[in-house]
Design a protein around this ligand. Sequence first.
Ligand SMILES: [Zn+2]
Ligand SMILES: [Zn+2]
Ligand SMILES: [Zn+2]
Ligand SMILES: [Zn+2]
Length: 104
Amino acid sequence: MTLWADLLASGVKPHTKKQCKATWWEGGPKACVVHRPSDHFMREWPLVCRTSRLLERVCAHGVGHPDPDSLAYFLWRDPETELGFHGCDGCCTPGACPVCSLDH
Ligand SMILES: [Zn+2]
Ligand SMILES: [Zn+2]
Ligand SMILES: [Zn+2]
Ligand SMILES: [Zn+2]
């Protein structure tokens, strides 16, 4: 998918399939942004990678929201993590857009 190509071009190195499997074996989340994205409504949105390595999805208003599969991984690593906190305009809640009440 072109979104990944863009990220790779900018120097982001995703984990390998091997590392991904190791996570499952350790009991981590099965879904993975790179290899097995879950069927969430933000999966077609552009991706950005934070310095924390959390992947965010950018909504139609240019606001970044943590990708659920990426965040699940960090929460599994550290249930106390505050990575999930973000300047949210409400778009990572499914349903009509809270900003302009359109479906997008
Ligand atoms: Zn993976
Ligand atoms: Zn938005
Ligand atoms: Zn949000
Ligand atoms: Zn909107």
